[in-house]
Design a protein around this ligand. Structure first.
Ligand SMILES: [Zn+2]
Length: 293
């Protein structure tokens, strides 16, 4: 199964996407760190992927579950926040008990119910204790995604019952020098008048799927930067290759190239044959450029 929409440069998101793909996503997780917006966005991506009805790629974005998840109207994706009304809102023990009771009721439309608790660290000790048993052994049809800026406020007993995902101190994968060089070479080869230019530039990927996987996002970024230059969205940090492409290629050609790159990345993620993928890259890129002539 393919899991889409997760940030592949984030080790934590990769880990999460991998466990969803393997159908081993834990029933109770705590996501800490980064901003409240990113945590909520990530929780919603997870919920959509878990609740989507598609068997091949999730979230498909098209089924009725995805449509409702996107509109935040899915009855089985349940958002919870601390009780307001006081100067510092907390999850009162009664509202945690309500959530716990509700989790034992079967889902409405999907196979599972997913509870997303924002600011989950705003639970006092009584509320945390009321949650313990259910977090340890949630009903088979229920999942809990707890969000907070830091795990510090939780009892050790809670922390030992949830799987922790930290967004705070992630080391993002940066493309290596080989990938950057290969990306620039492929991009510039598109302006080569002879067909052979790109074939030669793409030769470095033979027997090196890892390099191709690492290079495709860099190539896409060059095309995207060239497109932004075309739209006069002042790109002072754009690589030289993007400036050159922007001067020679049409917006339509650049859009085609971005689309082709995404399709090729997706195919490679599905373990497509490497040699065929390289050939496809050469022909797709050449025809994207030729279309404008
Ligand atoms: Zn779907």
């Amino acid at each position: 199964m393919i899991v889409k929409g997760f940030d592949s440069t984030s080790p934590t998101e990769n880990l999460i996407a991998g466990s969803i793909a393997a159908k081993r996503f834990p029933h109770a997780v705590l996501i800490e760190g980064d901003s409240a917006e990113r945590r909520l966005m990530l929780a919603e991506k997870i919920a959509a992927a878990l609740i989507c009805g598609n068997a091949d790629a999730v979230p498909c974005g098209e089924c009725r579950h995805c449509a409702k998840a996107l509109r935040r109207t899915h009855p089985d994706i349940i958002y919870r926040e601390p009780d307001s009304g006081t100067a510092s809102p907390v999850y009162k023990v009664d509202s945690i008990r309500d959530t716990v009771d509700d989790s034992y009721i079967l889902p409405n439309e999907a196979d599972i119910k997913i509870y997303i608790l924002s600011d989950a660290d705003k639970m006092n000790i009584q509320s945390q204790n009321a949650f313990l048993k259910t977090l340890e052994e949630p009903p088979a049809h229920s999942m809990f995604i707890l969000l907070c800026s830091s795990k510090e406020g939780f009892l050790p007993t809670i922390l030992s019952r949830v799987t922790l995902f930290s967004l705070g101190e992630e080391v993002r994968a940066q493309p290596g020098e080989d990938a950057i060089n290969a990306a620039n070479a492929v991009a510039l080869s598109l302006l080569d008048p002879v067909e052979y230019g790109i074939v030669a530039a793409a030769g470095v990927f033979e027997k090196n799927q890892k390099l191709l996987l690492e290079t495709l996002p860099v190539i896409e970024e060059i095309f995207a930067a060239a497109l932004r230059i075309k739209f006069d969205a002042g790109e002072e940090t754009a690589p030289e290759s993007a400036r050159v492409l922007a001067g020679k290629l049409s917006r339509k050609a650049l859009l085609n190239l971005i689309e082709s790159t995404e399709r090729i990345s997706l195919a490679l993620g599905r373990n497509a044959n490497l040699n065929l993928t390289i050939v496809r890259l050469c022909t797709c890129f050449r025809s994207a450029v030729k279309e404008q002539e």
